[in-house]
Ligand binder design. Structure first.
Ligand code: PEP
Ligand code: MN
Length: 339
């Protein structure tokens, strides 16, 4: 921690601050500039709340942390990029990209099998499909629940492709663990700390989707909740944030990719479907994400988007998805990644 004194702080104020820092158990490193005194408090930053309170002390201008508050997620403490095993030979975080695709919601056996077959043919690595859906309206389709999980796992068996599905509450973790290879925590639950702690107690990979108004630091603190419970398999997903813009469903924050990659060793993927809300913008944003350094993508695909029970307008048809996969392959090669 750096404690910067105000210009014109009295000697008495400076001495008192030094005494307090030492009293908290830190060694003090003094740096006397032309205009002001700056202290470095050297010691374990975990007890830094007490130092932060020094901002209330007369003569103190600012208390600045040096280390990030997300110890386990941080690249400072863990410089090597984490590679996560997603099951059935699929992984994320290496030079090989991960493409997760599938419908917003599992709707029927015919729907999920058709999609799974098409995705497998196009080279996607993982199948997505919501069984428990977080809908804005309580009257909208809420998902097939347990039946949806069964259908998803049937597709998993049939096509040998790992599956991911959303876990909305603590009560459904157990059943989802039985069927899915990866647990998705949705944007609306990204600060549901009890849920994060509970998925942190499992040993399945957890994909965290950025909340609509979650800052990067808050997002990383949510990852920290999962990591601190012992589950080190966390993947971050940028899916757009709320801004004043209404031309797209959300504003896909592509800059979050290099920022996150700099701050954390965890894999970062991008969801251009929720990020834009329109099928025709998915392709360019998928390419932008890979060019920006993302470790993978999550893309919604539906055999008949016009009949989809949720998120039809942003869902690609299987043949459109196939074309996007071709493009991703070319962009990947340009940035030294493979598909
Ligand atoms: C989804 O993946 O279908 C979903 C609901 O996403 P998000 O939580 O990002 O809105
Ligand atoms: Mn969706």
């Amino acid at each position: 921690m750096i404690i910067s004194m105000k210009r014109g702080a009295t000697q008495e104020q400076i001495d008192r601050v030094k005494e307090l820092i030492e009293g908290f158990g830190y060694r003090v490193h003094e740096s006397k500039g032309e205009e002001r005194m700056v202290f470095g408090a050297v010691g374990d930053e975990r007890g830094k709340e007490r130092l932060t309170c020094l901002e209330a002390q007369p003569g103190v201008e600012k208390v600045i942390p040096i280390l990030s508050p997300y110890k386990l997620a941080s690249r400072e403490t863990n410089p090597r990029s984490t590679v996560i095993d997603m099951g059935l030979g699929v992984s994320v975080g290496s030079t090989r990209l991960l493409v997760i695709a599938g419908p917003c919601a599992v709707e029927s056996q015919e729907q999920i099998m058709t999609v799974a077959s098409a995705l497998k043919d196009s080279g996607a690595h993982m199948l997505r499909g919501g069984a428990f859906k977080p809908r804005t309206s309580p009257y909208a389709f809420q998902g097939l629940k347990d039946d949806g999980l069964v259908l998803l796992s049937q597709a998993r068996e049939e096509y040998g492709i790992p599956v991911i599905t959303e876990v909305m509450d603590i009560a459904s973790i157990e059943i989802i663990l039985e069927y899915a290879d990866c647990l998705q925590v949705g944007a609306r639950n990204i600060q549901n700390f009890q849920l994060l702690k509970q998925v942190g107690k499992t040993n399945k990979p957890v994909l965290l989707k950025r909340g609509m108004s979650t800052t990067i630091e808050e997002f990383l603190m949510s990852a920290e909740y999962v990591l601190s419970e012992g589950n080190s398999n966390v993947i971050l997903c940028e899916r757009g944030i709320r801004t004043f813009e209404t031309a797209t469903r959300n504003t896909l924050d592509i800059s979050a990719v290099p920022v996150l990659k700099e701050k954390t060793h965890l894999p970062v993927i991008v969801d251009p479907s929720h990020g834009t809300g329109h099928a025709r913008y998915v392709e360019p944003m998928a390419y932008a994400a890979i060019a920006a350094g993302a470790d993978g993508l999550m893309i919604e695909v539906h055999p008949r988007p016009e009949e989809a029970l949720s998120d039809g307008p942003q869902s690609l048809r299987p043949h459109e998805f196939r074309k996007v996969m071709e493009g991703i392959k070319r962009i990947a090669a340009a940035v030294d990644r493979t598909l």
